[in-house]
Design a protein around this ligand. Structure first.
Ligand code: PMP
Ligand code: GLN
Length: 387
């Protein structure tokens, strides 16, 4: 035990997540928390009531391994309603403990040691950790501001004999980039040509302000090779419930399910019927959610520009990346650590989402899924700092 670190060495580079670190800082300092991405207003009361009803009516024991049937049917109907995709609720839909578990189970179920996984940088932090836990290696394709579009030549160059799967995220956290038709088709062409599995994280599918969300599974040749992941946390503003899902053809779904069984087995019994209800809400809910977030994006991005940040206005998600160099520094981590004391606001440094740390050093991310008055107050505080 002496000669070797306690922590599994494949996890050596992964300390506490930036979200936990920055939310703790916000709590300790009383700062406005625009770091971790969670809304400060819960989703519709009818969804919360459905969970209360489920608890009181005794839906509190282990649900079935795939998830309860009404939720699997609702997930399949949602895919049909918004994208015309057909998934069989009995063999092609799996409920998971948030998208986080879906990502972990997909990587653990599909990768072997030595496999390579290609993903876009900056990347959501759990991707790197889950690739490492699967014993695989990550190959990175860097997205660069201001438009953060995918360099398809770099993507093609990253593919090699050990490439097992492409791990894609659109709308993309933290940049807010939404894949264009050219990018989608380019990625699909490469996946088809090289016969690769694609795991696509689409948790922000209902938060596209510019462009449109087109699931990768809907492109020619992609349905049979794609594992699609989404989550009720972002869609309905109940991030703490941790209900996510996977849609995939049976061989891929079975692989993900095999790993998932030994991670959580099952989760969230009373929340499952509540999310089945949520997915059946009419289109107005989804339109209002998007438009409410769009006005926050515009209000907050304008405010950030006014106080001196260079802002990369996101096409989707509820995150915005800002360049801090106008404040005389390029050290985003130090900037974020000092921000609560300087002005009572918390943001996260984008460098933690990069292998190539220098590419993200001068960038920080704000979450704008907060009440308008909270966003205004944050801008006022940030403005005081710049004087
Ligand atoms: N993927 C992305 C891109 C995310 O931003 C998040 C955070 N919500 C997740 C996955 C994890 O989602 P969940 O909270 O459902 O586990
Ligand atoms: N997805 C959220 C974000 O990017 C946070 C989730 C988490 O705390 N792991 O901020």
């Amino acid at each position: 035990m002496d000669s070797r670190p306690i922590l599994n060495r494949s996890l050596a580079e992964f300390g506490e997540t930036i979200f936990a670190e920055m939310s703790a800082l916000a709590t300790a300092t009383g700062a406005i928390n625009l770091g971790q991405g969670f809304p400060d207003t819960d989703g519709p009361a009818s969804i919360a009531q459905a969970a209360v009803d489920a608890i009181l009516s005794g839906q509190n024991q282990y649900p079935p391994g795939l998830g309860i049937e009404p939720l699997r049917i609702a997930i399949a109907e949602h895919q049909r309603r918004f994208y015309g995709l057909d998934f069989d609720p009995d063999s092609e839909v799996l409920v998971t403990a948030g998208a986080t578990e879906a990502i972990a189970a997909a990587l653990l179920g599909l990768c072997e040691p030595g496999d390579e996984v290609i993903t876009l940088e900056p990347y959501y932090d759990s991707y790197a950790a889950c690739i490492a836990m699967a014993g695989a290696r990550r190959r990175i394709v860097t997205l660069t501001p201001p438009d953060y579009s995918v360099d398809l030549d770099a993507f093609a160059d990253a593919i090699g004999p050990r490439t097992r799967l492409l791990l894609i995220n659109s709308p993309h956290n933290p940049t807010g980039h939404v894949l264009s038709q050219v990018e989608r088709e380019g990625i699909a062409r490469l996946a088809n040509e090289h016969d690769l599995i694609v795991v696509t994280d689409e948790v922000y599918e209902h938060l596209v302000f510019d462009g449109e969300h087109v699931p990768l599974a809907s492109l020619p040749g992609m349905r049979a090779r794609t594992v699609t992941i989404s989550s009720a946390g972002k869609m309905f503003s109940f991030t703490g419930w941790k209900i996510g899902w996977v849609c995939a053809p049976p061989p891929l779904l079975d692989a993900v399910r095999t790993a998932k069984q030994y991670l959580t087995f099952v989760n969230g019994a009373p929340f499952q019927p509540a999310i089945a209800h949520a997915l059946s809400l009419d289109d107005d809910y989804f339109v209002d959610y998007l438009e409410g977030m769009r006005s926050r994006r515009d209000r907050f991005c304008d405010g950030l520009k006014d106080v001196g940040f260079d802002v990369f206005v996101p096409m989707g998600t509820y995150f915005v990346t800002a360049d801090i160099r106008g404040f005389g520094t390029d050290d985003g981590r130090a900037f974020c650590l000092s921000l609560p004391e300087r002005c009572g606001v918390v943001a996260v440094p984008n460098e933690v989402f990069y292998d190539n740390v220098d590419a993200g050093r001068h960038l920080i991310r704000f979450a704008f899924c907060k009440r308008p008055e909270v966003l205004d107050e944050a801008i006022t505080r940030l403005g005081r700092m710049s004087q």
